[in-house]
Structures are given as C-alpha cells and as structure tokens.
Design a protein around this ligand. Structure first.
Ligand SMILES: NC(=O)C1=CN([C@@H]2O[C@H](COP(=O)(O)OP(=O)(O)OC[C@H]3O[C@@H](n4cnc5c(N)ncnc54)[C@H](OP(=O)(O)O)[C@@H]3O)[C@@H](O)[C@H]2O)C=CC1
Ligand SMILES: CC(=O)[C@H](N)C(=O)O
Length: 263
C-alpha cells in the first residue's frame, strides 16, 4: 500500500518568507496548499515546485483579512486529513504613527495578523490534537518583544502571536503536536515597501535574507525549539530574558500591593 504525502499549508506564500517555506517543505517531500491573494504568483510558484520536486501543489486564493477568506482556509484545514503542517505566515505591517492610520486600516491588520492566525490555528489544532500529530509554525517578530513609535499596532499583533503560541504550547505539552513561534528581525521582503518604510533606510548589516531566515527557523524547529529567534547569536540573552519573565510572573502572586504603592 502506498501512502499519500502529508500536506503543508502555508499562508502568505505568494512572496517573501512564505514562498521560501513553500520551497523548503516541497524539498522535504510535502504536498502543498499555498494561500494568498495574488493568484498569479501562487500559480507560478506552484508550477515551479511541482516540476522541481514532483509534488502536488494546490493554491487557494483568499483574503485572510476577510470573513470569506478565513472560512475558506478553515474549511480546507478541517476537511483534508493529509494536512499535517500549518505555517501561519501571512502578515502585514503599516509602520506609521497610530493616529495617522484609519480605524479600517488597523482593523484589517488585526484581522490578518491576529484573527486569521487564531482561527486557522483552531481549525488545524483541533484535528492535530485528535490525531496526536501535526505541526504549527506561527510567524511572530522580534517586535513581539518590543514596540517602537510607529509600530504600536504591528508590535501589538506580534506580541499576541507570541503569547498566543506560548499558551497553546502549554496546552499541548506531552503530546506529539508541535507548535513553534518564529521571531524574525529585519528580513529582505516586500513587507517593507508595504509598510511605508523602505529597506534603503535600514542598516544593511541588520538585514537577513529570506532563505537564511527560513533555514534557521527550520533548524530551530528540527531541534525542538518552542521559540526561535534566527538572528540572535547570544543565546544567554534569551535565557536571561526567559528567566526574568518567569520570575516576574511568579513574584507577582503575592496578593499584597508592593510597598511603593502603599501610601
Ligand atoms: N520581513 C521582515 O522583516 C519580517 C517579517 N515578519 C513576518 O513575516 C511574515 C511574512 O512576511 P514577509 O514575507 O516579510 O512579507 P511579504 O509582504 O513578502 O509577504 C506577506 C505575505 O502575506 C500575504 N498577505 C498579505 N495580506 C494578506 C491578506 N489580506 N490575505 C492573505 N494573504 C495576505 C501576501 O500575499 P498577497 O499580497 O498575495 O495576499 C504575502 O504572501 C509576516 O507575518 C511578517 O509580519 C516578521 C518579522 C520581520
Ligand atoms: C517588519 C518586522 O517585523 C521587523 N521585525 C521589524 O524589525 O520591524
């Protein structure tokens, strides 16, 4: 009996980081379901990967900031039992002062970066938990850890992605399901032009290639990391951050206002 290959679903596969994840999962022998709005780009990538790797690639044109788009991908995740990987990669940034953006713009960014990622995780994880296998990769950002002027909404959404992922990781502990958060820093993709900040204004030495970012993130996944920060060389910094974060959480369970607040 021959078994069909597993399927990896990659959102935001029409460019940048998502397109490289598609190539890498194709090279690992997965069939693919590629999701984004630009159908021509998805089809071009699908044809290339099918011919290069002899795999089957489906495309799903969907606007994940809209209800109909979210539902279409949820339906695919629920109905296709061969899906074993979800890369929640589609995301958008508008880097400008908060009050310069409209309510509609902020709402659409939140819908894509938070609501779609949450709903697709629910659709995938429900089945992954039932079958006790499967992998979700959530693309957060180093701005999950820090916000600067002009990034309030974007950093806020990425802070959600990190904490949401941490919560899910607690819930699946002890199972064969894997959930990884990836925190890229500056990576050379189209997101910068969309965001309103040209890459020409960024320090060249801070910019990572998409290939290096994805390969490092997959190395982190293969090593069993829960949170992967591809460009961070000094692991001791991350360990100190994690230690302080958990220490603050534990030390906050006193039930008594700190002396500095007692008047
Ligand atoms: N590049 C960087 O410096 C960093 C990026 N990230 C994160 O990496 C992820 C990938 O971004 P990146 O590759 O850089 O940027 P790109 O702009 O190259 O890719 C974004 C992808 O998301 C898709 N997308 C955007 N809006 C929608 C929508 N409404 N519905 C469906 N798909 C959508 C785009 O496709 P289409 O337009 O065809 O719909 C595209 O495929 C994002 O989550 C981003 O926040 C995190 C840290 C750093
Ligand atoms: C676009 C990004 O997420 C990037 N990490 C940044 O440094 O702002």
């Amino acid at each position: 009996m021959t078994t069909s290959p597993s399927v990896a679903v990659i959102t935001g596969a029409s460019s940048g980081i998502g397109a490289v994840y598609a190539e890498r999962f194709a090279a690992r022998g997965y069939d693919l379901l590629l999701v984004a709005r630009r159908e021509d780009r998805l089809r071009e990538l699908a044809a290339k990967l099918e011919s290069l790797h002899g795999i089957n690639v489906q495309t799903l044109t969907a606007d994940l900031a809209k209800e109909s788009g979210m539902q279409a991908v949820e339906e695919a995740l629920r109905s296709n039992e061969r899906i074993s990987v979800l890369v929640n990669n589609a995301g958008v940034a508008h880097l400008a002062p908060f009050t310069a953006g409209s309510a509609e713009l902020h709402q659409a960014d939140i819908a894509l970066n938070i609501t779609a990622l949450t709903r697709l995780s629910l659709a995938a994880l429900t089945r992954f938990q039932a079958q006790n296998s499967g992998t979700i990769i959530n693309i957060a950002s180093v701005v999950s850890l820090h916000a600067i002027a002009g990034s309030a909404v974007y950093s806020g959404t990425k802070g959600y992605v990190l904490n949401f992922t941490r919560g899910l990781q607690q819930e699946i502990e002890g199972s064969n399901v894997r959930i990884q958060a990836v925190l890229p820093a500056v990576t050379a993709t189209e997101i910068w032009e969309v965001s309103g900040v040209s890459m020409d204004h960024l320090a060249p030495e801070s910019i990572m290639t998409t290939e290096n970012m994805v390969d490092a993130a997959l190395a982190g996944l293969d090593q069993g990391e829960a949170v992967t920060v591809p460009p961070l060389h000094d692991l001791a910094l991350w360990e100190a951050y994690e230690t302080a974060r958990l220490a603050i959480f534990d030390a906050s369970r006193t039930g008594v206002p700190a002396p500095r607040y007692q008047q």
